[in-house]
Design a protein around this ligand. Structure first.
Ligand code: FES
Ligand SMILES: [Fe+2]
Length: 424
């Protein structure tokens, strides 16, 4: 559990809040590149950390992230004309470039220098890994743009998607770092959890190891006489990376493409989160088949047929996630279709911001406790004028997650060392 004060401290992300100030020291993936598909195309309005913004791709392909409202009389910039290297407000024609500089003021006298003194609020933007990133903090503290395996793999090897969830970012992030729920919530048997006695309760060795970027957490289980080693990564502030490389229960062959995957849970505001889902081929010699990735999306319940135009799931809180009680009685633990939908159902169902002072944590919540500790530490570090952990991607640029079988226990550290290193 957490005090009400710490819960507030961790969950509020607007300008001037402790956690808002922490988020403003990291590059955050705001949109997918595919949302700004072409130069001089339609600007996109979005919210990030409680601020209303507009992104546009100018004539040269450069990305601008600016205030959603014109500095003249606050007309909406998303209506703007994106033309000749700038976004022009349609109300009186003031025009701004990607850095926020005012280029033209057609309503002012020709010899006026007023435009040189006016800027639209703008943030640093960068494009990589199929995503548009923004940095919303003090410019002098901006770290170099993100550099991780996902941002380096060729486009042929990666897949990214984005959905929107109606809850605070932290309960969604906590869901992603809570590996214990997977065998219960996502179980496709009906309520018979006896196999867990053997599989989860008696054999796993769970470990959380602090790193310069967050932590890695591993689970080692004995399975069919071998050791199944999984190492996940938590990269501050909102990234989880996992791997899927070996056959799991019921499968006879490994996945067609060994995968490194994960999510970014980026706060839109205090009660809404943008979830970027990514996967890439773990093997440089095998590209990621787009159809395969789309089929996986559908399996997660976030395929094209499952998502509304605003990014929210069709199966959502308003319609009870279309829970099917017959299905729940017959063949699925939850009766909710889609693995991701099941996650969203519990996360949104907790309410917009869960009251953590009412919780009773158990032995499987160690990663969650560590997560909260790191984020609280980060708020204090920034308040003291320092840098939060992992703001510079140099600390995690060469890592990935692990999913391997190891025959002998003594080989486990060497296998982790080898498998955790980036190949791209
Ligand atoms: S409100 Fe934008 S130019 Fe006047
Ligand atoms: Fe899950």
């Amino acid at each position: 559990m957490l005090s009400k004060e710490d819960n507030e401290r961790l969950t509020r992300v607007g300008p001037g809040t402790p956690m808002g100030n922490v988020f403003r020291r990291y590059w955050l993936p705001a949109l997918l590149s595919s949302e700004l598909p072409k130069a001089d195309g339609a600007p996109v309005r979005f919210r990030l950390l409680g601020e209303d913004l507009v992104a546009f791709r100018d004539t040269n392909g450069a990305i601008g992230v600016v205030d959603a409202f014109c500095p003249h009389r606050r007309a909406p910039m998303f209506l703007g004309r994106n033309e000749k290297c700038g976004l022009r407000c349609v109300y009186h024609g003031w025009k701004f470039d990607v850095t926020g500089k005012c280029l033209e003021m057609p309503t002012e006298p020709k010899d006026s220098t007023y435009k040189d003194r006016i800027r639209i609020k703008s943030y640093l933007a960068w494009e990589g890994g199929g995503m548009i990133w923004a940095y919303m903090g003090p410019k002098e503290d901006a770290p170099p743009p993100p550099d991780m395996e996902l941002t380096r793999v060729p486009q042929t090897h990666r897949f990214v998607s984005r959905t929107v969830q109606d809850c605070n970012y932290l309960q969604a992030l906590e869901g992603g770092l809570d590996s214990a729920h997977a065998t219960i919530l996502h179980n496709v048997t009906i309520g018979d959890l006896s196999w867990l006695d053997d599989f989860e309760r008696t054999t796993p060795k769970l470990d959380v190891k602090l790193t310069d970027y967050g932590f890695s957490y591993s689970g080692i289980r004995k399975l069919d006489g071998r050791h199944w080693v999984r190492v996940y990564q938590y990269i501050m502030p909102v990234t989880q990376v996992r791997a899927r490389c070996v056959p799991v229960r019921g499968e006879t062959a490994p996945p067609r493409v060994p995968i490194v995957a994960g999510h970014y849970w980026v706060p839109i505001d205090d009660v809404t989160v943008s979830v970027i889902n990514f996967s890439y081929s773990a093997d440089p010699t095998i590209p990621l088949d787009h159809d395969f990735a789309m089929a996986a999306e559908a399996g997660y319940g976030r395929g094209p047929d499952d998502v509304l135009p605003d990014g929210r799931l069709k199966r959502n809180l308003q319609n009870g996630f279309q829970i099917d009680r017959d299905l729940q009685a017959r063949e699925s633990f939850t009766g909710i279709v889609g693995i991701n939908t099941q996650d969203v159902a519990v996360q949104e169902g907790m309410g917009p911001i869960v009251d953590r002072s009412e919780e009773h944590l158990g032995s499987t919540d160690r990663a969650i406790v560590q997560l909260r500790r790191l984020l609280l530490d980060a708020t204090r570090a920034v308040e003291a004028g320092g840098k939060p952990r992992g703001a510079d991607s140099a600390s995690y640029r060469t890592i990935r997650a692990v999913d391997q079988y190891v025959a002998s226990e003594t080989d486990i550290p060497a296998v982790i060392d080898r498998e955790i290193a980036a190949r791209f």
